[in-house]
Design a protein around this ligand. Structure first.
Ligand SMILES: Cc1cc2nc3c(=O)[nH]c(=O)nc-3n(C[C@H](O)[C@H](O)[C@H](O)COP(=O)(O)OP(=O)(O)OC[C@H]3O[C@@H](n4cnc5c(N)ncnc54)[C@H](O)[C@@H]3O)c2cc1C
Ligand code: SF4
Length: 556
């Protein structure tokens, strides 16, 4: 049975989704809207004829479980899809909405397209290109075999098109984000003063590295209490995906563009002024700091990235946000987000096989359980389990840095990042993990590995004070594991990294140690790797997931 959207007149008049048979469409167009394509201006909806066309939306198990996404992510996508379907119906559009518990659900997107094709006999099918290579392949196969013509349109909700990114990348030996970002500033005019960057500099990163001083607290944040419809999606996930990672009780993500707009307004007004200063700071028990909490909304299509940047720019011009904060924020979206998407599509699918450092270890169990004496790691995992969120520096310099120092296989790292965050989509997750965090791409994204000892975490957080490990010590069981691992990591990869000019200084220090001490550092790092459970993988074993680890919330 299929689901139709209707206005429930009997109770409080709110919109809801019910189970009923959808009308068979006239010979119009069948238009697929995926779970992260929830934009009224989507390319595939632009020329819709509400009298003739049918929109297909489907909640399928394959998308919810190809990695075992955090419960909040699945609830968010289902709730936002249902709300979007309701908004389409309000515009007079017929929606063929297939719910996750529909007994006829084939549980793949291609399967639902085939079923809709047979049931509605459309003149043609319109698809907006999807974000992930895996699904793009399945949709290409569908298009080749479909009984009606299929048009796949470019997803133009990004500021940089595929063609433009390819042009920029063409002929370049290195593809550094900073130069791409400058091009995007010129192209959009964002924070530009004629041909010059606003304030005379392209980048104010050097001013954005403050640690949280004692007595300074991050601002209170607007979280969105779930509506009755969102609570229904939450209940569905609790019932159907009980073994997935994470908690549902703390759900507070926007599920509509109106709610997402409220979160953005709150950020621009109350939080953006401090975004730059504390962009890299971490504090125990403080999940949000001065971050915007909009990645889930932009990635679903509830917010438009260029519009978000223009809102921040307007706050700067109105004197309500300083330049270091505004530029830092715009760079994340106009620069990093667009660049990561460009790299993913430029290099897929080969990018997903890259393992430049030949990392071959299992992901330690504490990435799921949070059970570790490392206060920094325990805090990040706990926040991630509770909120499906950790901010950028926690993802990069705590969990990412540790995975790289331990030599965890990039498949297992990808699997973890895709599983645990509410904003995880492969096109943005993978270049961040294989590129930025673990250097598995061999230097496409980063000019050097973001490897750091405990000193970095101590400088940017309050984690180390209460930690059982000693952040000043470099060897022995009570020494900070990041320190025990750091020099061994550099020594282990001497052949690959010694000639990297950006690592010249640490390698000079390492060289001065002499061969005996260097062997001792290698042994120290190996002891730390084994102590933390980063055991060598057996042949052919690469991935690590809650399922593979036998994870459940009741696991010890
Ligand atoms: C290892 C690793 C994995 C990551 N996985 C994801 C992921 O699956 N999905 C995802 O959306 N982001 C990912 N990021 C990027 C970044 O951490 C998140 O976008 C950010 O933490 C989301 O929180 P926020 O909205 O509060 O962001 P803010 O810190 O407020 O930043 C504003 C916006 O900028 C964009 N942004 C910032 N940094 C990046 C970046 N490095 N790459 C792409 N966009 C960026 C996001 O859209 C974000 O909403 C990852 C980063 C790392 C290091
Ligand atoms: S001492 Fe090391 S392990 Fe402990 S919180 Fe600091 S960086 Fe993390």
């Amino acid at each position: 049975m299929l689901a139709n959207i209707f206005r429930d007149e009997s109770d409080d008049g709110s919109w809801s989704v019910s189970q009923s048979v959808s009308p068979v469409g006239p010979a119009g167009t069948l238009r697929l809207v995926l779970g992260d394509q929830l934009s009224a201006t989507l390319a595939g909806l632009r020329d819709i004829d509400p009298d003739m066309d049918i929109v297909l939306m489907a909640e399928v198990r394959e998308e919810a479980t190809y990695v075992r996404h955090h419960k909040q992510k699945i609830a968010l996508v289902f709730a936002a899809m249902r709300a979007f379907a309701v908004s389409l119906e309000a515009r007079g559009v017929t929606v063929r909405y297939v719910r996750i518990d529909d007994p006829d659900n084939t549980h793949t997107i291609a399967g639902e397209l085939r079923r809709a094709l047979a049931a509605t006999s459309p003149r043609r099918v319109v698809i907006t290109e999807c974000g992930e290579w895996r699904l793009a392949q399945a949709l290409s196969v569908f298009a080749a075999e479909a009984t009606a013509p299929v048009e796949i349109r470019e997803d133009d909700r990004f500021i940089c098109s595929h063609a433009r990114f390819r042009d920029w990348a063409s002929g370049k030996r290195t593809l550094r984000m900073e130069f791409f970002y400058r091009e995007m500033r010129r192209q959009t005019g964002l924070l530009m003063n004629g041909a010059e960057p606003e304030g005379g500099r392209w980048n104010y990163d050097a001013e954005n590295r403050r640690k949280l001083a004692k007595g300074v607290r991050p601002p209170a944040r607007l979280r969105i209490p779930p509506t009755a419809e969102t609570l229904e999606a939450i209940a569905d996930v609790a019932r159907l995906f009980p073994e997935h990672f994470g908690e549902l009780e703390t759900f507070g993500w926007p599920t509509t563009s109106v709610e997402a707009g409220r979160v953005l307004d709150d950020f621009i007004t109350n939080v953006l002024p401090g975004f730059g200063d504390w962009q890299d700071a971490m504090a125990e028990g403080e999940p949000w700091m001065w971050h915007s909490l909009i990645s889930t909304s932009i990635n679903l299509g509830l917010l438009d990235p260029l519009d978000v940047c223009r809102r921040a720019e307007a706050a700067y011009h109105a004197g309500k946000a300083p330049l270091n904060a505004t530029e830092g924020f715009v760079r994340q979206i106009l620069g990093w987000r667009e660049y990561m998407r460009g790299i993913y599509w430029l290099k897929a699918p080969e990018y997903g096989l890259r393992n430049a450092l030949e990392a071959d270890r299992a992901l330690p169990w504490f990435y799921w359980s949070g059970e570790t004496d490392m206060v920094c790691v325990a805090d990040v995992v706990e926040m991630t389990r509770t909120h499906a969120y950790a901010h950028h520096i926690q993802r990069l310099m705590v969990t990412g840095n540790l995975a790289m120092l331990l030599g965890v296989h990039p498949d297992a790292v990808d699997d973890w990042y895709m599983t645990v965050f509410a904003d995880a989509y492969e096109w943005v997750e993978m270049p961040n993990t294989r590129g930025m965090a673990t250097f598995a791409d061999g230097g496409i994204v980063g000019s050097k590995p973001y490897a750091a000892s405990g000193a970095y975490i101590q400088r940017m957080s309050n984690y180390c004070g209460p930690c059982r490990y000693d952040v000043r010590a470099h060897s022995g069981e009570t020494a900070c594991p990041f320190n025990r691992l750091y020099w061994g990591f550099l020594e282990r990869h001497r052949g690959r990294l010694r000639d990297n000019v950006r690592l010249a200084m640490p390698y000079r220090t390492l060289d001065a140690f002499g061969p005996e001490k260097r062997d001792a550092l290698l042994a120290e790092a190996e002891a730390a790797r084994l102590a933390l459970g980063a055991d060598p993988l057996s042949a052919g074993e690469t991935r690590s997931s809650p399922a593979a680890s036998g994870y459940s919330d009741s696991s010890p």
